[in-house]
Write a protein that binds this ligand. Structure first.
Ligand code: PGA
Length: 248
């Protein structure tokens, strides 16, 4: 019912040359992948070249962040219009590194979600608990707050994807077990059903992210509430990302 989405978050890795090469290799390798969606999110300076490299392929392009104003004196920020103008369809918002390294809070992330939607970009809203929050038994409470506040005043979810990324699993090699991911992702879907409707929740794609690799993607995707993956480290090599895309 829900089409799988495998997304790459290149973070602050690669440059114009290596990013373009990787994009070209992926475009070629995925030419026959018809039954799932593929998204790559390079750093902003790479977007134009990567966009050209994936032209005519099945791969979609996303930004890693965006500011919530149309334009203005916001040194260092990237606007929705800029992302759209280089061919982005999506934008990652509220990634754990934005929250925990750069101090973004739910209010700011919600403004970005609303502005992205208004501009015609599809937000991938990232949520997830810290290790101490999990150990204190607060995973559901944290994720509930991030989902509810992140989606405040959003009336339709058709353009939204949620990525559940437990912070303790990101870049650490410690993946959540498929059961852990399923429990939290089922809870996220229930939260969305409570605010919106069961129908809307049933159509929402919820990705898992955090040390996804070719050898653990199959177990994660076998779970009913895992509709895809947001992949960092393993998306930086064409072979490993392709193996994740082709999880079955
Ligand atoms: P990772 O990153 O796959 O390297 O853990 C995932 C992410 O941060 O989106």
């Amino acid at each position: 019912m829900r089409r799988a989405l495998i997304a790459a978050n290149w973070k602050m890795f690669l440059n114009r040359e290596s990013g373009t090469q990787l994009a070209m290799a992926l475009a070629k390798k995925t030419a026959d992948v018809e039954d799932r969606d593929i998204l790559i999110c390079p750093a902003a300076p790479l977007l134009s070249d990567v966009s050209a490299a994936i032209q005519g392929s099945r791969i979609q392009l996303g930004g890693q962040n965006m500011y919530f104003e149309k334009e203005g004196a916001f040194t260092g920020e990237v606007s929705a219009d800029m992302l759209l103008s280089v061919g982005c369809t999506h934008v990652l918002l509220g990634h754990s590194e934005r929250r925990h390294v750069f101090g973004e809070d739910d209010t700011l992330i919600n403004k970005k979600v609303l502005f992205a939607l208004e501009s015609g970009l599809k937000p991938v809203l990232c949520v997830g608990e810290l290790l101490e929050e999990r150990e204190a038994g607060n995973t559901e409470k944290v994720v509930h707050r991030q989902v509810v506040k992140g989606l405040e005043n959003v009336d339709a979810l058709a353009q939204i994807t949620i990525a559940y990324e437990p912070v303790w699993a990101i870049g650490t090699g410690k993946t959540a077990t498929p059961e852990d991911a399923e429990t939290v992702q089922a809870y996220i879907r229930k939260t969305v059903a409570d605010i919106y409707s069961t129908d809307i929740a049933d159509n929402l794609r919820i990705l898992y992210g955090g040390s996804v690799k070719p050898d653990n993607i199959g177990g994660l995707m076998a779970k009913g509430n895992v509709d895809g993956a947001l992949v960092g480290g393993a998306s930086l090599k064409a072979d490993s990302f392709y193996d994740i895309i082709r999880f079955t």
